[in-house]
Design a protein around this ligand. Structure first.
Ligand SMILES: *Cc1c(COP(=O)(O)O)cnc(C)c1O
Length: 303
């Protein structure tokens, strides 16, 4: 990979709930400004595979603020791979200019196809893929969120040998690829907690398919109503966290996870004296778009 990457370091996070539980955050958000955090990890071996197989085009799927779409477009630009984004929501077709994520992806050369929400639900069907092949010719398909075997292999590199000192590894969950990689590279003595960013009954099953251990749990208590749903409480938490820790969290994934971790520490959920490592999976490119929505709704914005 030719990306210029910065190191991801573990940074101590202060919390005032008890003096015994130590919380650290792994700054995966720092490794690259666009292909940040887990999206770099998920693309790494996919790009290697695409190159080795001689594909010239990559097709993938995502929504209006998708970090995956932004990261894939950037990776395509860097590696000279044509990228096609199948985007959820036909109404976005005329709103590319005002959507920072899509605007950015387009500037990287991504070609879009906008489809309705109903069609998007059927995006993996054989007939739809067939129609895409007819329209675009030969391409490599990367599933929504970039999750596949290659992605999980990349995410197995997030934890280092030094991280074995942690009792708990916490991570936000969208499609489950990142947490699956973390589970696979965790020590059996460690507990891995995935914090779901969405309401989804199949996640547990999806993750199970990819993992080799059972030292993990999926927490469904902090999705705030579903994917990209936020409330004032969450926005306030993220802004306060930034002020106190000088760390920006995103409202879709890492903000919800950290809210959950603080809440669980307060409830003495974690063993006394334990060390927790939370993964900052990035996603900061989506903040501008979220703020536009918050302004429209007359709510407080992310500072
Ligand atoms: C995509 C994303 C996730 C979810 O990762 P999955 O592997 O799909 O579970 C978490 N955090 C951020 C910031 C993301 O962009």
């Amino acid at each position: 990979m030719v990306f210029k990457l910065k190191d991801s370091v573990n940074q101590r996070v202060e919390h005032r709930y008890d003096h015994f539980t130590k919380l650290y955050i792994k700054r995966e958000d720092k490794i690259h400004p666009i292909i940040s955090g887990n999206k770099y990890r998920k693309l790494k071996y996919n790009i290697t595979f695409i190159k080795s197989q001689g594909y010239s085009t990559l097709l993938t799927f995502g929504g209006a603020f998708s970090n995956h779409i932004a990261a894939t477009a950037e990776a395509g630009k860097v590696y000279g791979i044509k990228t096609i984004g199948i985007i959820r929501g036909e109404e976005l077709q005329t709103k590319i200019e005002e959507n920072d994520t899509l605007n950015y992806a387009q500037s990287c050369g991504m070609h879009f196809k906008f489809i309705s929400r109903a069609n998007y639900r059927e995006k993996n069907s054989i007939s739809f893929i067939k129609s895409l092949k007819k329209e675009f010719g030969l391409f490599y398909t990367l599933p929504e969120g970039g999750t596949n075997e290659h992605a999980i292999k990349g995410c197995e590199e997030i934890l280092t040998e030094a991280d074995k000192e942690f009792d708990y590894i916490c991570c936000p969950v969208g499609t489950g690829g990142t947490v699956a990689g973390l589970i696979n590279c965790s020590k059996p003595s460690q507990q891995v907690f995935g914090f779901s960013a969405l309401k989804d009954d199949f996640l547990q099953e999806d993750i199970s398919k990819f993992v080799t251990k059972n030292n993990w749990k999926l927490n469904l208590n902090y999705h705030f109503g579903g994917y990209a749903k936020v409330n004032e409480d969450l926005i306030r938490f993220i802004n306060k966290f930034k002020k106190e820790q000088s760390i920006q969290l995103d409202p879709v994934y890492t903000g919800k996870m950290m809210y959950g971790i603080y809440d669980l520490i307060e409830q003495s959920f974690f063993k006394k004296g334990s060390k927790i490592l939370a993964i900052h999976t990035g996603g900061l490119q989506g903040i501008k778009g979220m703020n536009k929505l918050l302004v429209k709704k007359g709510l407080h914005v992310l500072k």
